[in-house]
Design a protein around this ligand. Structure first.
Ligand SMILES: Nc1ncnc2c1ncn2[C@@H]1O[C@H](COP(=O)(O)OP(=O)(O)OP(=O)(O)O)[C@@H](O)[C@H]1O
Ligand SMILES: [Mg+2]
Length: 349
């Protein structure tokens, strides 16, 4: 962990939303008019987060986990319900303008470019808003135009850009004032492979060469693995993991997979295997083909040797392969909602 002062600090940060509960149908709508009912949803629940300058953090979690809400709290778009948040020493929601100088943000779902004017005019407006002097503006602008290959797009109004073109322009717009922090919320949604690669390359370079602090939410595992060293996982508003990307397999990597190749095609091998393993807890059998069986199990409860011994007599096999989980498969489980935190050793969730 770097010994510099944190650039982002949140403690007990909480955001609750009040939502109308409306029963279905016309009756429900009328009922709601007469006696409206509301429920409170805690989107971000007492999170603690410390990020140091120059870190690149992946912020991951399933749909609705609270990622965008956190980014909005950090950018000052939302006011916290409880807790503290400071970015370079200021509370974003109390000092939105000062905070804007500290950060760039790209929301993959929407643009910050003015819709109807040529892209270059949006850049100029942003330059004015951030009070950049002409020389600084031109230097940064030329730089961004070159690396992101924006020249052919400058005269085009944002609404006429393709998604990938628009994202490149948005990324440039978010960095025109050379902020120390860049928030990326689903930046590569809908980008094709080559644009994605260029996008990542650019952010990596900014991170490496200029010490840009990056916080990224993405469902794209490539983004996460290529851009980030640290991963913070959030689920139902709670942080469930915060550590090195490479360490995650130690924390959640207890699930093992045994891939068996059968001696003969056996369509009901899964039933036979399930019978042979009867009584073993946490073991799941699937049969991808007539000649293969996949058995997932908890490496803390049972060993591969024990499973193979159980199966050897009733399921003749020619080959066995033991697969340990990759960071990728763990993140995928998280997104699919099948990662269990409750029984992970050292889990506080
Ligand atoms: N303005 C709002 N009013 C009411 N509820 C909201 C509001 N914004 C978000 N929520 C709710 O808060 C929860 C967290 O939403 P959030 O957008 O932070 O999720 P997310 O992690 O970004 O998910 P996704 O991966 O789908 O982008 C969700 O249940 C969402 O419905
Ligand atoms: Mg989101």
């Amino acid at each position: 962990m770097p010994d510099s002062e944190p650039i982002i600090r949140a403690s007990g940060l909480t955001k609750r939303f009040r939502r109308a509960v409306r029963p279905p149908g016309l009756r429900g709508a009328l009922k709601h008019l007469v006696r409206p009912r509301y429920e409170t949803l805690t989107a971000v629940d007492a999170i603690d987060l410390t990020i140091h300058p120059g870190e690149s953090v992946a912020y991951v979690g399933p749909n609705g986990a609270g990622k965008s809400t956190t980014i909005k709290l950090l950018t000052g778009i939302l006011v916290p319900s409880e807790g503290e948040v400071s970015v370079r020493g200021i509370a974003p929601w109390q000092h939105r303008i000062d905070n804007a100088f500290n950060m760039g943000v790209v929301f993959g779902q929407r643009t910050q470019l003015w819709w109807d004017i040529p892209v270059v005019e949006s850049f100029r407006l942003l330059g004015d808003i951030y009070q950049l002097d002409a020389a600084t503006y031109i230097r940064t602008f030329d730089d961004l135009v070159e690396v992101l290959d924006l020249q052919p797009l400058l005269a085009v109004p944002a609404r006429q850009l393709s998604l990938g073109q628009r994202m490149r322009c948005d990324l440039a717009a978010s960095l025109i004032h050379s902020p120390p922090i860049l928030y990326l919320d689903e930046p590569s949604i809908g980008l094709d492979v080559s644009v994605k690669a260029r996008f990542r390359e650019f952010i990596r370079a900014m991170h490496r060469e200029r010490g840009l602090t990056v916080m990224l939410t993405s469902h794209d595992l490539g983004d996460i693995e290529e851009l980030c060293e640290r991963m913070v996982m959030i689920d139902k508003g709670h942080i469930v993991y915060d550590g090195a990307l490479t360490e995650i397999t130690n924390r959640f990597g207890w699930e093992r997979t045994l891939a068996l190749t059968l001696s003969d095609p056996t369509p009901d091998a899964d039933t036979i295997a399930t019978g042979a393993l009867d009584g073993r807890s946490g073991v799941r059998v699937t049969q991808p083909t007539d000649t293969t069986l996949t058995i997932t199990y908890d490496g803390r409860i049972v060993t591969s040797g024990e499973l193979i011994r159980d199966l050897a007599i009733s399921v003749p096999m020619t080959d066995v392969d033991i697969q340990e989980p990759s960071a990728e498969s763990i993140i995928r489980h998280l997104y699919e909602g099948t990662l269990r935190f409750d029984d992970a050793p050292g889990s506080d969730a």
